[in-house]
Write a protein that binds this ligand. Structure first.
Ligand SMILES: CC(C)(COP(=O)(O)OP(=O)(O)OC[C@H]1O[C@@H](n2cnc3c(N)ncnc32)[C@H](O)[C@@H]1OP(=O)(O)O)[C@@H](O)C(=O)NCCC(=O)NCCS
Length: 191
């Protein structure tokens, strides 16, 4: 089993593209609208890094996408990243691969010069994500979507996960981790 990282401009074999799409479609058929291989579909201005788990047969058996943007709070512009599309193939769940993939995502976020990391998950998955310094913040509302049509983590019944990486984020942590975090992520989008 090996892990590879794909930047937006990396050549991606068609077979990987199709398998990624299949994995996503099996888990979230409503979110993946059509069945042709259109991944990666993430907006390029989020500078997505796709991390793939590849088995010995060169099949994609896991995926997570790290995305990045800016967040302005009290005149400070922070660089932030989150994760999306975290998935491990059904046949190999529960034996530690998800944790390995998340560890790599955490490293990618850490080395990208980020101030902090933020994303949301279902409450039942909080214990899975509280590794490598990540914590759940029930009182922090992550608001994605657009200014005109915001999309709240509270409305979606998701828990916000956060981790400070930079010195200035650590210094301002009380303010960051006690407020609403609004990220303009596009219509209907939430990390
Ligand atoms: C979430 C997911 C990626 C975890 O991958 P995995 O390979 O099964 O995870 P691991 O084997 O590394 O499990 C690590 C820990 O998380 C726990 N865990 C994993 N999935 C869980 C779930 N659905 N509910 C509760 N706990 C879970 C495991 O029990 C394990 O705990 P332990 O370390 O105390 O033994 C995988 O279950 C998956 O693809 N789920 C469907 C898609 C999804 O929900 N993605 C997350 C979107 S936020």
């Amino acid at each position: 089993m090996r892990i590879i990282e794909l930047q937006p401009n990396t050549e991606c074999p068609d077979s990987y593209r199709e398998q990624v799409h299949r994995l996503l479609f099996q888990e979230w058929p409503n979110a993946v609208e059509n069945s042709h291989a259109s991944w990666p579909t993430e907006p390029l201005n989020w500078n997505p890094v796709t991390i793939l788990f590849i088995n010995k047969l060169r099949n994609v058996v896991g995926l997570v996408i790290v995305q990045s943007t800016n967040y302005k709070e009290r005149e400070i512009i922070y660089k932030v990243s989150g994760i999306g599309s975290m998935i491990i193939s059904k046949e190999i769940r529960g034996i530690g691969y998800g944790k390995k993939l998340f560890r790599r995502a955490d490293k990618v976020i850490g080395r990208n010069g980020n101030d902090f990391g933020v994303f949301t998950c279902d409450e039942k998955l909080v214990p899975f994500y509280t590794a490598y310094g990540w914590k759940s913040y029930e009182k922090v509302e992550l608001i994605g979507g657009t200014k005109e049509t915001p999309f709240s983590s509270w409305d979606a019944k998701k828990v916000t996960m956060l981790k400070a990486y930079s010195k200035r984020a650590k210094k301002e942590w009380e303010k960051i981790a006690s407020s609403k975090i609004f990220l303009e992520l596009g219509q209907g989008k939430l990390w």
